[in-house]
Design a binder for this molecule. Structure first.
Ligand SMILES: N[C@@H](CCC(=O)N[C@@H](CS)C(=O)NCC(=O)O)C(=O)O
Length: 233
């Protein structure tokens, strides 16, 4: 089941390792541009879990009823593993780490696990909206797709991002030892930071937080990050 293999896409299926029975593999329902779907794909990749993919656009007015049956809030992602249906990215990440073979993505100690959960919670509670929905969406995503963007959203997002980056500067553990291995906190934060740093303003602001910038450079260089990074048209 485990063992990382270079990405090979087939129709709506992603091979990750093991070469096992595809009917037994989990299927991730997600949107190609979603940062939360990216987190789930990054966790699956780091864990070395082969998985299928079903594309669903949660922003479309036509989210199908069968998808709403999986996710009552109509968001992405959802993981379906045999009869087990799971939504909420932090729950998906923990399930993938605990239900499959592969490298451990959660530390053993109580304090280290608490720090990991703290960073995941900061991402969900304080970082996603300003850094992705305001800065990235209005500086990168909308302009590149030819859609209307609001520069005031970028300014407001950057202001809120300063508090987030200041907190994370004190909390992240840069990979400065050979025994360093990513945790679910790193894998939750890296896609969000990747989108934020894709904006020129975000990139410049991140550079003023040296520990966080070093941490992000190391995360962005990982094979799993590069293999799962979404591409805009
Ligand atoms: N708490 C959810 C958040 C997921 C989420 O907000 N996903 C976004 C895409 S990145 C979404 O589906 N947005 C659709 C919408 O806001 O209507 C999780 O952790 O999975």
């Amino acid at each position: 089941m485990c063992g990382l293999r270079l990405e090979a896409r087939q129709a709506n299926r992603v091979e990750g390792g093991g070469g096992g029975d595809s009917a037994m593999e989990p299927v991730l329902h997600g949107y190609r541009h979603s940062v939360y779907a990216w987190i789930a794909r990054l966790v699956l990749r780091e864990k070395g879990v082969a998985h299928g993919w079903r594309e669903v656009d949660p922003f479309s007015p036509f989210v199908p009823d069968h998808y709403r049956a999986l996710h009552p809030f109509g968001r992405v992602p959802v993981l379906v593993h045999r009869e087990f249906v799971l939504y909420e990215t932090c729950a998906i990440a923990r399930y993938v780490d605990e239900a499959f073979e592969g490298p451990a993505l959660q530390p053993a100690g109580a304090r280290e696990r608490a720090r990991m959960q703290q960073i995941v919670s900061i991402v969900d509670s304080y970082a996603y909206r300003p850094m992705v929905r305001q800065v990235y969406t209005h500086s990168v995503f909308r302009p590149r797709l030819g859609r209307a963007a609001d520069p005031a959203e970028v300014v407001a997002g950057l202001a809120a991002a300063r508090t987030v980056l200041g907190a994370l500067e004190r909390l992240v553990a840069p990979p400065d030892s050979p025994r360093w291995a990513p945790t679910l906190a790193d894998l939750h934060l890296a896609p969000l930071m990747g989108y934020f740093a894709d904006a020129a303003e975000g990139h410049a602001l991140l550079a003023t937080y040296p520990r966080l910038a070093a941490w992000f450079a190391a995360m962005a260089a990982r094979e799993a990050y590069r293999a799962t990074e979404p591409r805009l048209p």
